[in-house]
Design a protein around this ligand. Sequence first.
Ligand code: IPE
Ligand code: IPE
Ligand code: MG
Length: 278
Amino acid sequence: MRFKWSSLFRVMRDFRKPASKLSESTRVDGAKQASSDETGDSNIRIPQHVAVIMDGNGRWAKNRNLPRQAGHRAGAENLKALCRMCGNRGIKYLTVYAFSTENWSRPDDEVHALMNLFGEFFRRYDTELAAEGIRLRFIGDIPALPEDIRKIIVEGEANSINRDNMQLIVAFNYGGRREIVQACQKLALLVQQGELEPAAIDETLISQSLYLPDVPDPDLIIRPSGEMRLSNFLLWQCAYSEFWYSDVLWPDFSDAHLDQALEAYTDRNRRFGGVKSV
Ligand code: IPE
Ligand code: IPE
Ligand code: MG
């Protein structure tokens, strides 16, 4: 029984992702991908892929005696600023954590407000995204989302597919564990159909069964709000990512914070388990 690539591609296509071109899938392993930094004109090393956990909206609002929803709105506005900051610095992939699979456990009115904000934000933001040449993509359990949200996702991905300045990847109804579970289900189906030997399952095959197999692993993961945890974000992909934390609350995250993170990243010695001369 031999493994057939065509079968894997077919099963993956059936799961979703009209905008995810599987033919782009050239990913090898995380460590190799993550080491391909670009060097800019300055002494700052620009990561190819930055991921941000946009946390602290609630506390930002509380500090101002505002409802939590006001914090989410301010946070969404700051996402536009972040895209500009990253685009200006030559970052090619920006992944942002917007709603986790665990965030459904929040009060109904907050979940409802976050869903409404999502629709409003991405409908209005498309013109600016286009002007900045930003391709929009989504990761998460998209089929489980309400239909109006899915429609915005499908249209946003399709409309922006030819833009190549930067990719903005929005993690929405995203959980790292769920992503891995779903990858396992895809591969288990192939085994069941007699198209894949269990022993042929390796790291490459699992990577290629995740939501966006053509996107390199994040080089740098930024978490504002003072928390030092991943909260189920990019669990597979973060194997060799560098981390940067700050007490700043997400709506207040600015150019200066991004530059601090990039400076810290520049000083990191990424060894990927090997030995590197200083
Ligand atoms: C992040 O901000 C936004 C989402 C998780 C949707 P929070 O709402 O978690 O803000 P804090 O952590 O309560 O301050
Ligand atoms: C992580 O923040 C998820 C997002 C920013 C979307 P949370 O606020 O949900 O994480 P915990 O609960 O503090 O771990
Ligand atoms: Mg939080």
